[in-house]
Design a protein around this ligand. Structure first.
Ligand SMILES: Cc1cc2nc3c(=O)[nH]c(=O)nc-3n(C[C@H](O)[C@H](O)[C@H](O)COP(=O)(O)O)c2cc1C
Length: 230
């Protein structure tokens, strides 16, 4: 009787990580819009677990001024969904003028999500405490906005590792004040995004197409070499 082929050995990095798992997590955490399970509740403990992991992310000056607003109240989600849906005409316009098919698909899928945003089990709004004092200053702006994005991405990776999906969205920020009123947010707590969060239907997400890293990487200074390597 033929014996079963040997299992491939796990690729363990020098740092002790199983690279197949790590690479799969990093390359398959997608914007999930059409495969959200609207009916399965999301336990608050799972969200707190993911927020706990996100707190290991860096912040400028170690400010740790991130705040998380988690909305699972149906009435508030409905109100936020209505605010978000005001951006639908913009999505339609953007789909028509998209620069390529992949981007046109993104806008179409964004529309699908926008139509049902208020029905997603949880809407998570990462915030920063304190307003940006001088938006013209590059160093202040990058320090400010750069203090939320690493945490948000860690949160999204943690969700994915636990079978949940999300999409980083900003469209409701066009109506920031209306959302602020729904949420009772103080003036000095600033919304940075809104992540619809749900368990996903299946977990078999795939990496998407991206250009070769050589084509976007310059070495030791800016030159045409990055594009020559395409
Ligand atoms: C700063 C930023 C703003 C975004 N705003 C929205 C948004 O308002 N609505 C939406 O559906 N997706 C939004 N996205 C998600 C992107 O459209 C998504 O990452 C892109 O489609 C690529 O898909 P992928 O992450 O699955 O590769 C945003 C992403 C980022 C980083």
């Amino acid at each position: 009787m033929a014996s079963a082929p040997p299992k491939p050995r796990p690729r363990i990095s020098e740092a002790g990580f199983d690279l197949d798992t790590v690479d799969r997590l990093l390359s398959t955490t997608r914007a999930v819009r059409r495969r959200l399970d609207f009916d399965r509740p999301v336990p608050r403990e799972v969200l707190l677990d993911c927020i706990r992991l996100s707190q290991q992310a860096p912040t400028g000056t170690n400010a740790q001024h991130w705040r998380w607003l988690v909305v699972d109240d149906p009435e508030k989600k409905k109100a936020l969904g209505e605010i978000y849906a005001r951006g639908l005409p913009l999505l339609d316009e953007s789909a028509k003028t998209a620069r390529d098919d992949q981007t046109a698909d993104v806008y179409r899928h964004a529309r699908t999500l926008a139509e049902r945003l208020g029905d997603v089990p949880v809407l998570v709004i990462p915030c920063l405490e304190g307003r940006l004092v001088d938006p013209e200053s590059l160093v202040l702006a990058t320090t400010y906005y750069g203090s939320i994005y690493p945490a948000v991405w860690s949160f999204q990776l943690a969700l994915r590792s636990r079978g949940l999906g999300s999409t980083f969205t900003t469209m409701h920020l066009a109506f920031e004040e209306d959302a602020r009123a729904v949420l009772g947010l103080p003036e000095d707590v600033v919304q940075m995004a809104m992540l619809p969060v749900a368990y996903t239907s299946g977990t078999d997400f795939a990496p998407t197409e991206r250009p070769a890293p050589e084509s976007i990487t310059h070495w030791n200074g800016w030159s045409a070499s990055a594009t020559r390597m395409r």
